[in-house]
Design a protein around this ligand. Structure first.
Ligand code: ADP
Length: 369
């Protein structure tokens, strides 16, 4: 990725500017568990990084350490070049939005948004100017006098965002802020948050377990697994060049097919390492029924989804899922030949799971049944 080359909303009158966040060898240890284990990541100033991964992988703990709500047991955290590892949350100059965004029910939308500024004794004229700007940005201008109870879930969420961004901090941290919303609102809010971040140019660290949120919003996705970085890259590379089978299967619906080469081509078991243990990856959308295709497959199930269909196939000892257009007529028990483009073939090392682009040229011609 080249996020560091992106100016933080340069030349934009609304820009608050962002600061770089750097975690160096950060760990958090609870009893016997290394919840976050020697984590090193850089979030360039003014860019959007998503911490992604399954439940329990350490996303929230990492965010809370950046926020100063948890202390790091090892390593250091720098924000804008300043070592904040030992500083309390209040001195880290950041804004936060959490899943439970509890608004004050007895205060109006306007009062909720400016609450923090009032506490910090920002002058009235300045508060009003900022409130107007934030309300315009978030489409809340017509709702300022309402109480939270008179708002939809999405509007309440926007008030929570407004409350965070009115502080005009260079760093914003969000932990699953959309998980209480329905699918349509989530989509709208994803677009809105991303647009706001671009416009204001602050640095964002955003936690989610939802791969769609990560892929659609991030400049950089940090995929965590067991407290460690599995892969940190731009969304496109995460999809096109996953570095491990875990990353390959975490992104994409349904997940990439990852099978031992020897399950597809039994002869491969008799070859020496690395081919004998190699694993191959082919996304469902990379497979297609092709006359004279290299793989002989038997169809075990077809799930029709309208625009497309998911076809479960068996090729020797490997079960593979293929995605085809909804109009393709295939049925259980059919035999077909499958094809794929060599560019869509992924190969992983049998021993450590690392991506092995060097083996593609050897593996591709073997995939023939
Ligand atoms: P995620 O946000 O990815 O779901 P968390 O960061 O919340 O994961 O948790 C990472 C690990 O640390 C989990 O195993 C979790 O049980 C553990 N953990 C989190 N908070 C605490 C705590 N306060 N005390 C003990 N263990 C914790």
């Amino acid at each position: 990725m080249n996020a560091s080359a992106m100016p933080a909303a340069a030349g934009n009158a609304d820009a608050v500017g962002g600061q770089e966040i750097r975690l160096a060898n950060v760990s958090k240890i609870w009893g016997d568990t290394r919840a976050v284990d020697d984590l090193s990541i850089t979030v360039p100033a003014g860019t959007f990084t998503v911490l992604l991964g399954p439940s329990g992988c350490g996303k929230s703990t990492t965010l809370r350490m950046i926020a100063g709500l948890e202390s790091a047991d090892e390593g250091s955290i720098l924000i804008g070049g300043r070592d904040v590892t030992a500083l309390p949350a209040a001195e880290r100059d950041l804004a936060m939005v959490f899943q439970s965004y509890a608004l004050f029910p007895h205060l109006s939308v306007a009062e909720n948004i400016v609450f923090g500024l009032k506490v910090r004794r920002v002058a009235r004229a300045e508060r009003d100017t900022r409130l107007k700007r934030v309300a315009d940005l978030l489409g809340l201008s017509a709702l300022l006098e309402r109480k939270p109870g008179q708002l939809s879930g999405g509007q309440q969420q926007r008030v929570a965002l407004g409350r965070a961004i009115i502080a005009e901090r260079p760093v914003c941290l969000m932990d699953e802020p959309l998980s209480n919303l329905d699918a349509k609102l989530r989509h709208e809010m994803r677009v809105e948050i991303r647009a706001l971040q671009r416009k204001l140019g602050f640095t964002m660290v955003y936690v989610t377990h939802d791969q769609v949120e990560a892929i659609t919003m991030a400049d950089q996705v940090v995929l965590l697994n067991g407290g460690k970085v599995e892969q940190a890259s731009d969304p496109r590379s995460l999809y096109t060049r996953p570095e491990t089978p875990f990353a390959a299967r975490f992104i994409g619906v349904p997940p990439m097919n990852v099978a031992e080469l020897s399950a597809i081509v039994p002869d491969a078991a008799r070859m020496g390492a690395p081919l004998s243990g190699a694993r191959v990856g082919l996304r469902p959308e990379a497979l297609a029924p092709v006359q004279d295709g290299p793989l002989a497959a038997r169809i075990t199930h077809v799930e029709y989804l309208g625009a497309d269909a998911l076809v479960d196939c068996v090729v020797n000892d490997a079960a593979l899922v293929m995605r085809v257009g909804g109009g393709v007529s295939l049925g259980e028990g059919d035999t077909v030949r499958l094809g794929f483009a060599v560019e869509d073939l992924h190969v992983f090392d049998g021993a450590d799971g690392a991506r092995r682009d060097d083996l593609v040229k050897d593996v591709a011609p073997l995939l023939r049944t």
